[in-house]
Design a binder for this molecule. Sequence first.
Ligand code: GDP
Length: 426
Amino acid sequence: VGEKPLLRFITCGSVDDGKSTLIGRLLYDADLAPDDIIAALESDSKKHGTQGEELDFALLVDGLAAEREQGITIDVAYRYFATDRRKFIVADTPGHEQYTRNMAVGASTAELAILLVDARKGILPQTRRHSVITSMFGVRHVVVAVNKMDLVGYSEETFRKIEADFHAFADHLRFASIYVAPLVAKDGDNLVHHSANMPWHDGPPLLSYLEGVAVEDATRIAPFRMPVQWVNRPNLDFRGFSGFISGGNIQPGDIVRVLPSGRDTRVARIVTFDGDLDSAVSGQSATLTLTEEIDISRGDLLCSPVSPAKTGDRLEAKLLWLVREPLVVGKSYLLKLGTKTAPAAVTAVDARIDIETGLPQPLPEGSTLAFNEIGGARLSLETVIACDPYGENRETGGFILIDRITNETVAVGMVKAVAASNGRVA
Ligand code: GDP
């Protein structure tokens, strides 16, 4: 009740496919753009005089993303808007050199991806690459935005060919839904209103589709997970454990298991600044007090005792390598998963994912990963951690690797399986 559902999405495409124009025009046509930005847009468009009287909708998005220039370290800018039916968060993923990295970060929290295709060019290797990365990072729903239909004379035949090509390629990626839409982002065709130029298209305008598309909120139905961010101990009478709930829900009286120690205890209260809660769900931050005094520290994972996370110090994972210096097998990196940090070494890279097909290719012993490559790897950690397969929970199954000298994030990873070094699968 009350709360509008949220949809997180990401736009993916090559430079100049029309990503900025698409979002800018969509907000403008739906009357969702802030007034001050519209005023700036009108004067800017006049100044630059790009297309006579026409507004340059890409400028609208640049205006909204101005914050990006101030925060140099922020790779992905998140933009918020809402209609009567739904709230939206769009991940804007800039950068040519670091595009894959930014896309991966954006995709890792998105439920839907809009893949832009230039109608004149059709499905390109880039489109396949973006689709594979999108699917790999757990995005289950895609919209293929076949843009610039004006430049192919609004041809249904051209559109149908692109639609068929995409389906032929993407079937094995097993998206839960695919909607292919013919658009002219620049003029607003099929964004908020049906296009009179393409009467043969009977699907909904993009915004209506986004408002209505059903995406399962995987973390809500997942078993309870809360990585402990800090132990809240303002005085001797109070000891709370604070963190962001990354799966399921919790109520006072519920039993929780503390990992990796494996001890069970019961939730006494869910404390907030505005009083206690009867329950809390994934996506919320919470402070829990427990009925027993047991040893819990930052980095521990509180979880459901019925479906607990796995523990171990050996990981099988997929890695996307983000930097120019290739991965060094055997070198000690820092692995960060949730609130836990542990020294870790990659002991082997045994497969490389063909980025255009998504299929793994076995690699000979001693292989490594280079810039922008994705591979299957084995990691050995110095301590036991608790985690889930990425396919079951993106928050407790996703991690990054950090170079211990430069402090740079060198890889993002997805857990496939966990084991303990004594050979026993935890
Ligand atoms: P981005 O790099 O993907 O963000 O692309 P932009 O939104 O900056 O658009 C690149 C160029 O394509 C700009 O000159 C836009 O005006 C133009 N453009 C965007 N959408 C359309 C369209 O549907 N039709 C035509 N003809 N041009 C478009």
